[in-house]
Design a protein around this ligand. Structure first.
Ligand code: SF4
Length: 489
């Protein structure tokens, strides 16, 4: 039987043709040397790869090599590999002799499926894609109609956070570290000591599943204890409760330990048993079968040049404090806490990513491609395919409106409504100019003014753009924000 070469994001048993197929796993030291990854991201991926090797025992050959190509050439055997998840890896396997690419179960939507869906469409609306997915995968539908009579329960899922400071929900599932974690930790320490790799963020306990067994335990725990509470506050943020009722399954999904269909099927079953309300289940299915698959499809559909798009001409390099996740020097309570979350665990949920980190970068005009790298290398679930549409499209509006009809820019009022950050902040979300001016509120108007000509044709921005002319202190605000430079707020 042909040996199957698996990348580090192809670790579930479903990536093998048969349970006893011989396997090649390669750990590339070159990947860690080239990029300044988050320490916990390097740990997470290596722990996944090495745990899989341990599970497979003699069935797997495990090699550490400077590059994948060197190792594959050196072995000189026939190999098959499930379709890789990046263009770079795809080009690499195409260049290597003796390697055959086979279909991958990584997502529920193949590239061909997505292309079929895009055919003849003027706009790639998420809502249309999501409904198509629900029907063809028979998730939360009766025939071609949605269960409960409506496709979208977003209006039930936009509650501000509870005043109690924590969500009343059982904690997420936590893994118990194994000796593989200890071994990986030692290995990464050595690489750093020898100057072979440099990491960002801090080391810390592993918080996410790295084996199939752990991933199934995490999925079961979420479905049983947390899914019911997921929906209403999914867009809210609490400084003392970073996970709230989020599934925290994205790292395991992106490592290939879980299949999207089994995840949404488990959620649907909870609804049908009466264990979780429809708004929570629909909101979760929308994230996994809708948004995640849509982002995957757009990565392949939009092509290589998508990453370089920069419709708002945002060219500010990311400041060093942002690269270094230096939360200590940030006074803005929301940004400081979210940056500390990235530093301490390489994961925050989707709203801090979009409405704090992304919003900040958009307002400040950070270079979108550099920001996509920052997310990719800082987050445990970050990959090139994830960040293209999420960062270039959705969060930075660099694709000129392909993904989102208007930029996701907002002032401090939004953060104040959807979090408990502002009460403990040195700034005031209602103030635009002066020592206590909220940098997000001021930054919002500064962003609009800078981009007024570029956004003039967007009718959804017309009111906001016109609104800035009513601000009597606009000249002072623009001067204040221009002089802020790249200092932490
Ligand atoms: Fe963030 Fe502004 Fe609120 Fe401070 S006042 S927490 S900077 S939104």
């Amino acid at each position: 039987m042909t040996r199957r070469w698996l990348f580090a994001d192809q670790l579930g048993p479903h990536f093998l043709a048969t349970p006893d197929q011989p396997v090649l796993l390669v750990e590339s030291t070159g990947v860690l040397a080239r990029r300044r990854y988050h320490r916990q991201k390097a740990h997470y991926v290596l722990a996944g790869l090495r745990s899989r090797a341990r599970e497979l025992g003699e069935q797997a050959v495990y090699r550490i090599a400077p590059t994948y190509g060197e190792m594959v050439r050196e072995r000189g055997e026939e190999l098959e590999v499930p379709t890789p998840t990046s263009r770079a890896a795809e080009a690499l396997v195409a260049r290597l002799p003796g390697v055959t690419v086979v279909p991958s179960p990584y997502t529920a939507t193949s590239r061909e499926d997505f292309l079929r869906w895009t055919a003849g469409r003027k706009r790639l609306l998420l809502e249309d894609f999501y409904r198509w997915q629900r029907v063809r995968h028979e998730i939360l539908v009766e025939g071609s109609e949605p269960v409960g009579g409506t496709w979208n329960l977003d209006h039930d899922n936009r509650e501000p956070p509870p005043r109690t400071g924590r969500l009343d929900v059982v904690e997420p599932w936590w893994p118990v570290e194994t000796d593989v974690d200890a071994e990986v930790r030692e290995h990464l320490d050595r690489l750093e000591r020898d100057g072979l790799a440099e990491f960002r963020g801090v080391d810390g306990p592993r918080r996410f599943a790295v084996t199939r067994e752990e991933a199934l335990a995490a999925l079961g725990w979420f479905i049983r204890h947390r899914l019911a509470a997921f929906g209403p506050h999914e867009d809210a943020m609490l400084k003392e409760d970073w996970a709230m009722a989020h599934s925290t399954l994205s790292p395991a999904l992106n490592l290939g330990l879980l299949q999207p269909i089994e995840v949404v099927t488990a959620a649907e079953a909870a609804y049908r048993r009466g264990d979780a309300p429809l708004n929570s289940v629909e909101g979760f299915v929308r994230q996994v079968l809708g948004w995640r698959e849509y982002v995957w499809g757009v990565y392949w559909w939009a092509g290589e040049s998508y990453r370089e798009r920069n419709a708002l001409a945002a060219r500010t390099p990311l400041p060093q404090w942002f690269w270094d996740l230096d939360a200590e020097h940030v006074e803005a309570a929301c940004l400081s806490d979210v940056l500390a979350g990235v530093r301490d665990r390489g994961w925050v949920h989707h709203i801090p990513r979009l409405m704090v980190l992304g919003n900040w970068a958009l307002q400040r005009g950070y270079d979108p491609a550099e920001l996509a790298d920052w997310f990719h290398w800082s987050f445990l679930d970050g990959y090139g395919w994830v960040m293209a549409a999420n960062v270039i499209g959705m969060s930075q509006h660099a694709d000129g409106g392909l993904m989102a009809t208007k930029p996701y820019a907002s002032g401090g009022a939004y953060i104040n409504r959807m979090s408990d950050y502002c009460a403990g902040c040195a700034y005031d979300p209602a103030v635009r100019v002066g020592d206590d001016a909220c940098p997000f509120t001021a930054g919002y108007w500064w962003f609009l003014d800078r981009n007024a000509a570029r956004l003039a044709g967007n009718h959804r921005m017309a009111r906001a753009l016109a609104g800035r002319h009513r601000l009597r202190d606009l000249p002072q605000l623009l001067e204040q924000e221009t002089h802020r430079g790249d200092a932490p707020p």
